[in-house]
Each structure stands twice: as C-alpha cells, then as structure tokens.
Design a binder for this molecule. Structure first.
Ligand SMILES: [Cu+2]
Length: 525
C-alpha cells in the first residue's frame, strides 16, 4: 500500500468462515453465509483533506430525499425532461452556505424515475462557468448519448473556460445544451447520472454534479418489497469544507489534476448522505428498502449496522435485482457501486437508535447516518425467496467467452508516478484498447496495483467470475457495472457486449485516478 494510502485500513476481525443461518420476516429462511466478511485488507486509496469549517455533531440533521423530476412533456410515449446545470447555494453545514454546481442547482440532483423500455430524452442545459459532459452510470445507452469525456456541453460564456489546459482537445459539441436519448432497454435498476468531463470529473462531481435515476419494471413492481416512503435512495459521499462553508478541493489552478499530495485520491472528512452531514432518519419498526450508492471520489466504505440485530439483506446490485436475497453483516462499497438492501427494523425496539457505520473509517468517518426507531407500524412487505428470473445471468458461463483480455491498472509516467494508466498507457481518446463484437462475450481480467481501483465499464453489465483466483465475494453477486479492487487484487469478469455499436470508455472510478488518465476506450463493432 502506498504510504499515503492509509486512511481507514480495515479493522474488521470477523472470521471469513463465520456462517450462520438466519430467519427473515415472513418465515423465509435462507441458508446463506451471513457475516462472510467481505472486508478488504486495504482501506481507501487517497489522502485526507481536513475541513477548516466547524463541522456539526453527528445525527443532528434530518435525512433529505432528492425531489423527483417531472417530464416537461410526453410525445408518442417518449418522456422529455429538461435539466439546467447551474450554480446554487444550499445549507449543508448548519448556519453556512455552500456553493454547489448542481443539476437544477441542487445537490444531489433531482431523481429521474423511469420505466424499463420506455425511452426518455433529457435536455441538459449548461449554465455553469465550465464545460460539462453528462454520463448515465449503469445505462445501456447509444454512444452519442453516453457522455463521452470530450463530448462537451460548453458553458454559455465559452470564453476560454472550456479549453482550460486543453489546447489540443477536440471539441465535439458547440451548444450550451445537449439532448441525451436513453432508450432504457434494460432491467429495473438503480442508476445515477454524473459529470464525466475529460480531466475535470473529480472537481465537478465534488461540487455537486450527481443524481439518481431509477428504472422500474413489471417484474419488480410485482414483488411485495417495501415501497413508497419506505424505499429510499441513499447517496453516500465524503466532502471537505472551507471555513465559510464552501467545498474544499485541492485543484491545480485552471489545469487538470490535483496537488501532488492528493494524486492518490481526495478523501473528505465529512460524510454526507443525500447531501446532509451524518443525518438521521426516523423509522417505524418495519422493513425499509435502501438503494445505496457510493458517490465519493476516492472513499470506499464497509457498511454495517450497529447494533447489528438485523442483517443487511441485499436484494439488488448495480444491474438490478438478484435472483435471491443475500444476507450480509457488512457491505463493502467502492466508488460508483450500488447495493439495494432491505433492513428489518422489527429486530429493534421502539426507542432504539441504529447507526449505519463505516468499518473502513476512522474517527468521524466511521459514522454514516443513524436510524431512530420511533413507532410501531403494521408491515405488509416481505422479501420473497425468489426476486428475479435471472436466466440470462445463470446461463452466461465462462465457456461462452470468445476471448480473454487483460488490463492492468497501475501508475504510469515518471519515477514515483505522475499519472495513472491502463496497461501502461494514459488515456488517449484516439487509441482503442479493445474491439469486442456486438453480441460477443469476453473475459476481462482486471488487475489493480499498487492502489485500490474500482473498475467501471460503460454500456455493459458483467458477472464477477473470480477474485484473486478464488470464488467471488458474496457481495460480488449479480449483474455489475463496477467492481471494487483493493490494492494488489485481481478479478475476472464475464462481459456480454450487448446494446449498441460504437466507442465507449472503461476506467477507474477513483475520480482523481480517472482525471489523471486511468481510462481507455473500447469500441463495440
Ligand atoms: Cu484507480
């Protein structure tokens, strides 16, 4: 592990062999490894940036839930949305104002609720002082709407801002808005949209450019899972604040990248959930569904409930519902990963306080948020033994693979490393790392050294075949679009190249690594 990559090395000591059988509400008994600890041996790769502002105490502010964006019109079954990316001022730390760069000027941005197979068009307007490119993470999206890093929406005053440090960058858009078309020919899942601008994704997401998009379908609607006010998206991310409440970020002035000390990644000292610092939520003694997203730049978490009377019942992953629920005592969540979990608060007494902890954190970053069980309520929801018909997933086997490719995620450049790269190469929009055929299946062997790298592929979903030559972790289950690798780890993933022909990127989702070139192209041919 790099000497600077030391924040929050895991202190978990749970035996990997711990094996329990647990009953769930509704009489379902699952013979699953509960507490099979998915603890990594490494914590987050990054350097802590201390806040200068006075931070609030834990669990003082209520959990906000982002508003749902309504379409501006519907024509021929297509929903049209409009969003403006602009500067906003919001109160994140009590009594202070924070300038955010937000979708609709808010952070997190508004949630888009959509249906599988129902096309939507999102017009993104840019009223920020910088260029942007919007990516729908987890979306099976045609290439011209995927938010390629140089497919920019220029700022209104395009007087040089957009070319910061990039005299040679090819401009692919000259408008102040762009219509993104999302066919959404994919399963129900928790997606998120965020900025993906070449070299500046880290600072622009840090300033607020992230929001949820949820896709629903009939299969999921037919399940008796917790719904409505008991189905909550949780965007977890870390930030640091200057004395006046503004976001701190160690940018180089008008140039890509961060100060040398932070090239491993920027770790905030304040944990936000849906934009609020260490919030609390009042719950009844019933089941709740949480769609958890790690939207941090560099921080990984190991989530756990304390006291742990109830397991985290995982019902879905990046790519939607699992075939059957899985019980975890802890859930490791790398940047950009999503875990869809149900928590049964009937395992607690009214009056109990239940903390969502981060076992990889230290001091204040070991807390995420708190649930207060405040009332009795009738609960009609259950977690069924079967969640989804995962035929396609089960049938996709390594023997289906047409070929294997290997990608190493390492430092590149001068002695000591000045950049990050894949197979020794920093990102070059003109270079193609792979040309898989549409409809083909490949094994991608991903290796991370010498730091933690969450690897994300655009367009596709994949199945984790193995981790470090052994069985995947219980938390690697289901369709994935991001796989978290600790320093020195490797994973083999089985990827089905479905959807659209064209050029896409895959990259490390440590946003500082991504900005410092840990990205490559693949073209589906
Ligand atoms: Cu990385």
């Amino acid at each position: 592990m790099d000497s600077r990559a030391k924040e929050g090395a895991s202190k978990m000591k749970i035996s990997r062999r711990e094996f329990l059988l647990l009953g769930l509400a509704g009489g379902v008994v699952l013979a699953l490894p509960f507490g099979a600890c998915a603890c990594s041996d490494e914590g987050s790769t990054g350097t802590l940036l201390p806040s200068r502002a006075k931070l609030p105490g834990p669990f003082e502010v209520p959990l906000p839930v982002p508003p749902v964006l309504e379409p501006v019109r519907t024509v021929a079954g297509i929903d049209f949305y409009e969003m403006t990316q602009r500067v906003g001022r919001i109160e994140i730390l009590p009594g202070l104002q924070t300038e955010v760069w937000g979708y609709q000027g808010i952070f997190p941005g508004p949630t888009i609720e959509s249906r599988s197979g129902r096309k939507i068009v999102v017009r993104q307007r840019n009223e920020l002082p910088v260029s942007v490119s919007t990516h729908l993470h987890g979306g099976r999206t045609p290439p011209d709407s995927d938010g390629y890093p140089t497919d920019l929406i220029l700022p209104k005053k395009a007087n040089g801002h957009s070319m910061e440090g990039h005299g040679s960058m090819r401009m692919q858009s000259s408008s102040h808005f762009k219509d993104y078309t999302y066919p959404l020919e994919q399963r129900a899942a928790t997606l998120w949209y965020h900025d993906h601008r070449m070299d500046f994704t880290g600072p622009q997401v840090w300033r607020g450019l992230a929001g949820f998009q949820i896709i629903r379908d009939d299969e999921e609607d037919g399940l008796p899972l917790p719904k409505d006010e008991k189905e909550i998206p949780l965007m977890i991310c870390d930030r640091s604040f200057d004395e006046d409440g503004s976001f701190l970020y160690p940018s180089l002035k008008s140039k890509p990248g961060v100060e040398d000390d932070y090239m491993d990644g920027v770790l905030g000292d304040t944990i936000l959930v849906n934009g609020a610092p260490w919030p609390y939520m009042e719950v009844s003694n019933t089941k709740y569904r949480f769609r958890i997203l790690n939207a941090s730049n560099a921080r990984r978490y190991e989530l756990a409930l304390e006291p742990g009377h109830a397991p985290l019942v995982q019902i879905g992953s990046d790519g939607g519902l699992l075939g059957a629920p899985l019980l975890h005592r802890t859930v490791p969540i790398a940047q950009a990963e999503r875990f869809d979990v149900v928590v049964d608060f009937s395992k607690y007494d009214v009056g109990d306080e239940v903390t969502l902890k981060n076992r990889m954190g230290e001091g204040r970053t070991a807390d995420v948020m708190r649930f207060r069980v405040t009332r009795h309520e009738r609960d009609d929801s259950t977690v069924p033994r079967r969640l989804s018909d995962m035929t396609e997933f089960v049938e996709l086997e390594e023997s289906n693979a047409n070929r294997t490719r290997e990608f190493r995620f390492t430092r590149v450049g001068d002695e000591g490393g000045t950049m990050w790269g894949i197979n020794g190469e920093p990102f070059d929009p003109g270079r193609m790392a792979a040309r898989p055929e549409l409809g083909s299946t490949e094994v991608w062997h991903l290796r991370a050294a010498p730091a933690a790298h969450p690897v994300h592929l655009h367009l596709v979903h994949f199945k984790v075949l193995s981790r470090n030559g052994r069985e995947p972790l219980p938390t690697d289950a289901g369709w994935k679009d991001t796989v978290g690798l600790s320093s020195g780890e490797e994973a083999r993933v089985l990827v089905r190249f479905d959807g659209y022909r064209g050029r896409y990127v895959f990259h490390c989702h440590n946003l500082e690594h991504e900005d410092m070139m840990m990205m490559a192209n693949f073209e589906v041919v």
